[in-house]
Every structure is written in structure tokens, then in C-alpha cells.
Design a protein around this ligand. Structure first.
Ligand code: HPA
Length: 280
């Protein structure tokens, strides 16, 4: 028996149409909020809040600390879409589902996606509260969201990944961080499937591979966003030292609390970056 064929492009187009009909205008910038960072959505003005469950074909999150709303609004003069709550591989979703929101953004005509995530700091100088701007990644999920037949309406078969995280946008993030007195640190993100945190031996392995931070999200979305022709900027908030770095256990609560605590810092940087992008 052959696999049922799911027309991802048609589904994403339907989701996008629903969103377009729900708002006066669709901004070209989108922000995806990671664990513990949901409160960043509170800074969005004149927001139209669309629950994920109301959007045709949209998945619904299962993790505590992850809301499920799409917001369309603005930060001062910068219009933006905010995805409050994301989907993870560890929840059991196939990567096609994890990255479905990126396809919807693509069909909405979004040009730039800013991804945010809570991460463990591997590099010795990284501390909880530090803000890392991804310069590159290691996809160690053991899967790829583009696996399977390629639909050319979505992108090319073998997309280039030389510069997943736009050099230009990274420079903007660093500049705006500097103006605010916030050190925006470049780093390489290793993406593991989770949901267990890593062992100290795994962290030593990741360190040897060149990773600076570790997490369980962001990379599938970044791959799909690039496949779909969008520019990507990604921030990894260090919420904890990775396993074995300090020898203390890691808890989800610690991750969420650190995310909450750093929300104002990340909010300041995001505001400035959004303003720069809306008025280059
Ligand atoms: N490992 C993996 N994912 C994470 C971590 C971590 O230490 N902290 C926050 N997300």
C-alpha cells in the first residue's frame, strides 16, 4: 500500500488564507518564542490573537510553558507576527508537523523569521542569562524536515545551508546589542531530539564537535525557513549550564524560570532588531 500523500503546500496555503482574512495586514517579519519566553508576546501592541486551534491544519502544543497562539501586531512602528508556542520533535510530532508554522509563514509572504530558544551553555564562558546569536548549527536530530519527496512549490530539492543564519541580520543583532550594552555572543547550536537532557559524556562530545549551546528545537524550523526562501536570525538564551559543566542536575523549571528572568533583556534586543528591519 502506498503512503497517503499529504499536500503540505495546499494545507499551508489554507492556513495562511485563514490568517490573512483575520487581520488587516500581514507583516513581513515573524518571531517564534521558545520555552519560558512566552511573556515576550506581552510587548506586542494592537495584537490580533489567533489561537492555533482555530487555524485550519495547525497543530496544538502539548508542553507546559508553551502557549498556542499566533499574534499579529506591532512593536512600536514595526509590524510583526508572533508564534507563541512551538512544536517539538520530542512531543512525537514528525518534523513536517514541527515545521508546519514555517510553511504557513512562507505562504503569508514573510521575509524574515526570528527564532528564539532556551539552551544549555556548553562553552565554558557561557552563563545562564547570556544571549547567544546563532552563527551556525549541528543537526543531530537524526532526521531532516525536508526528507521525502520534494515539492518545488515549497523550495528546491537540495537547499544550500552555507549561511542558514543571515550574516547581515547577525551583524544587526550585535550592533543593536552593543548600543544597549548587551553582549550578543555568536555561537553554534547543537540540536538533539530530546526529551531527556544530555549526559555529561554527550556534552563533552558536543564540545568536541564544536557546539557552544545545546537545545531541542530551532534547527528544523531554520532548515525549512531557508528552504522556503526566508531569512533567519536565531537567539539562544542560555538558561542553564549544560550537563556536567557544573555537576548540578538540570530541571525544566530552572529552564523556564531563567527564560522568564531574561525576557526583558531579550525583549530589548528584539525590539531594536525589529525596528531596524522595518526601517533599514
Ligand atoms: N539541553 C537541551 N535543551 C535545553 C537545555 C539543555 O541543557 N536547556 C534548555 N534547553
Amino acid at each position: 500500500m502506498s503512503e497517503p500523500v499529504i499536500d503540505l503546500a495546499a494545507r499551508a496555503a489554507e492556513s495562511a488564507l485563514f490568517i490573512k482574512r483575520s487581520v488587516p495586514a500581514v507583516p513581513p517579519l515573524a518571531l517564534v518564542l521558545g520555552s519560558g519566553l512566552n511573556e515576550l508576546a506581552e510587548g506586542v501592541q494592537d495584537a490580533t490573537v489567533i489561537p492555533y486551534r482555530d487555524i485550519p491544519h495547525f497543530p496544538v502544543p502539548t508542553v507546559a510553558g508553551h502557549a498556542g497562539n499566533l499574534l499579529v501586531g506591532r512593536i512600536d512602528s514595526a509590524g510583526l507576527i508572533v508564534l507563541q508556542g512551538r512544536f517539538h520533535y520530542y512531543e512525537g510530532h514528525p518534523l513536517e508537523v514541527v515545521t508546519f508554522p514555517m510553511r504557513v509563514l512562507q505562504f503569508l509572504g514573510v521575509r524574515t523569521v526570528i527564532l528564539t530558544a532556551a539552551t544549555g551553555g556548553i562553552r565554558a564562558d557561557l552563563r545562564p542569562g547570556n544571549l547567544v546569536c546563532l552563527s551556525d548549527h549541528l543537526n543531530l536530530i537524526g532526521d531532516n524536515p525536508l526528507r521525502g519527496s520534494n515539492d518545488t512549490r515549497l523550495g528546491t530539492r537540495f537547499p544550500d545551508m552555507t549561511e542558514v543564519y543571515s550574516k547581515k541580520l547577525r551583524a544587526v543583532a550585535r550592533e543593536e546589542g552593543k548600543r544597549l550594552g548587551i553582549n550578543v555572543i555568536p555561537g553554534v547550536y547543537a540540536c538533539l531530539p530530546g526529551p531527556s537532557y544530555e549526559t555529561p559524556a554527550e556534552i563533552r562530545m558536543l564540545q568536541a564537535l564544536g557546539a557552544d549551546v545545546v537545545g531541542m528545537s530551532t534547527v528544523p524550523e531554520a532548515i525549512v525557513a531557508r528552504h522556503g526562501g526566508m531569512d533567519v536570525l536565531a537567539f539562544a538564551l542560555v538558561t542553564n549550564s549544560a550537563a556536567g559543566v557544573l555537576g548540578t542536575p538540570i530541571s525544566h523549571k530552572e529552564v523556564l524560570d531563567a527564560g522568564k528572568k531574561a525576557t526583558p533583556l531579550l525583549g530589548k534586543v528584539l525590539r531594536r532588531v525589529a525596528l531596524r528591519l522595518s526601517d533599514p
